[in-house]
Write a protein that binds this ligand. Sequence first.
Ligand code: HEM
Length: 147
Amino acid sequence: MNNLMNFLHVSAAIVWLGGVSFMLFALRPAAMDLPPPQRLPLMTQVLRRFFRLVWPCIGLLLATGLVMLLGVGMRQAPVGWHLMLGIGLLMFAVFGHLYFGPFRRLRAAVEAADWPQAGQKLGQIAKLAQLNLALGALAIAAVAIWR
Ligand code: HEM
């Protein structure tokens, strides 16, 4: 049971953080060569599809993480597990803000063909995604090192 939880948990983390790495380090720099009226609708469509995957990953990370954590008990759990819970909740909040703030405005700006505004919102999304990637790395380091 715990092995299954661990497998689902790690798989969800790979899908989320792997997708963010691909966006930030491969797609975004390559798309920078395109003119804004092509680049911004493309990036919006890509993000729309990717975020549909991120929501179930968040649900899975939270559910499986809590099953493992509560299975051992909060008092018995290593410090790293507590850190992962805290950092994980922070990551979910950052993603929620990114999704309902800059991403919603990005979609509206693209629909209105307001390219300067859309470019600015995409820049904000990239910064928040970088923050979440760093937090994710920290959470994994905490649980791997602080056993
Ligand atoms: C807030 C909810 C979360 C809780 C309660 C939680 C809980 C846990 C627990 C208890 C473990 C240890 C499992 C074990 O060693 O048997 C674990 C491992 C892990 N978690 Fe989380 N986690 C959460 C969020 C996240 C997030 C947001 C990520 C990354 C996107 C993540 C990635 C991982 C990875 C990769 C491991 C495996 C590390 C290893 O085995 O060395 N978790 N988590």
